[in-house]
Design a protein around this ligand. Structure first.
Ligand code: NAP
Length: 268
């Protein structure tokens, strides 16, 4: 098996990473930074975002596994003290496993960002957000399937994937979405709503094959976050987003249903 390990860089994650390499070498796994079959992320859900973007050009060929060095997470669902068990599963040595894990696929969002200098294409695992950089009101026109939907004024907009629905989207009052539902969710960040300005005021979900365009409607400095990455513009024209044709794969060596993760993370 060709594998790669990415860790968060803290003491425990580094130690676990070294332990993983040792156990992997004993099984004859090959360390491969170029085209791994399995990428192991050690740290937290944030570390998985880094792992995802590191291998963004290999997404169709890679499956991810996450080990959490704090609490169990959404992407990182193995605990630190289960590392040896994970390697046993990966090697197909466990009595309850076979050599092939279940590959679970989650939807992604792709976006095309059009500025005066051109168009760039990106893919996100959790979400992208568009906000003002200097505390001024963001003014954007939101079109759905090429028809004007609303003129948004407020702090910003968050567009999340189903697996990202438990992250920033949740803090905005968005719905938790099961990752088998191929959709994206648009949530408002502090919209202005009064007799003059009106937005929907609740989050909405777009199915696959629908698209949304967000057009900048005044000269404004904007910050765009894409998962843990961010960039600023003062020349944004528009962003087109839709559910991606590609999906991210996670290797599951044992079941850990989404709703159990939601319950354990938020309800205890
Ligand atoms: P960070 O500040 O280190 O991470 C923020 C928190 O989000 C961490 O506790 C992380 O979990 C958790 N997280 C990441 N993906 C998640 C998911 N799919 N479901 C539930 N929780 C998740 O920042 P970062 O590591 O650079 O991560 C960027 C992410 O932070 C963004 O994608 C965004 O979703 C999130 N964020 C949230 C808010 C908010 O809730 N108000 C604001 C800004 C950004 P771990 O501790 O396991 O890494």
């Amino acid at each position: 098996m060709r594998y790669y390990v990415l860790d968060r860089g803290d003491q425990l994650s580094i130690e676990l990473s070294e332990q993983f390499h040792k156990l992997a070498a004993e099984r004859g796994f090959q360390l491969d930074a170029e085209s791994p079959e399995i990428v192991v992320s050690i740290g937290g859900d944030g570390t998985m975002l880094h792992a995802f973007h590191t291998f963004i050009d290999h997404i169709p060929d890679v499956a991810f596994v996450g080990i959490h060095t704090g609490h169990l997470g959404f992407y990182a669902d193995w605990k630190a003290d289960e590392l040896a068990d994970l390697v046993t599963f990966m090697a197909g040595e466990s009595s309850t496993s076979d050599r092939h894990p279940k590959i679970v696929k989650y939807p992604l969002i792709e976006l095309d960002i059009q500025t005066k200098s051109g168009t760039t294409h990106h893919t996100v695992l959790n979400e992208f957000t568009l906000k003002g950089t200097d505390g001024t009101t963001v003014v954007v026109q939101v079109d759905i399937n090429d028809e004007i939907f609303e003129m948004f004024r407020g702090d910003g907009i968050c567009v999340s994937t189903p697996s990202g629905s438990t992250a920033y989207n949740k803090a905005l009052g968005g719905a938790m979405v099961h990752p088998t539902i191929e959709a994206l969710q648009i949530a408002e960040i502090a919209s202005i709503n009064n007799r003059i300005y009106r937005t929907l005021g609740s989050s909405l979900m777009l199915p696959k094959h629908h698209h949304c365009d967000i057009h900048s409607r005044k000269p404004q400095k904007l910050q765009l976050t894409m998962d843990h990455l961010n960039m600023s513009f003062d020349d944004l024209i528009s962003i087109r987003c839709q559910v991606s044709k590609h999906q991210v794969s996670f290797a599951r060596y044992r079941p850990y249903p989404f709703w159990n993760r939601v319950r354990q993370s938020f309800l205890g």
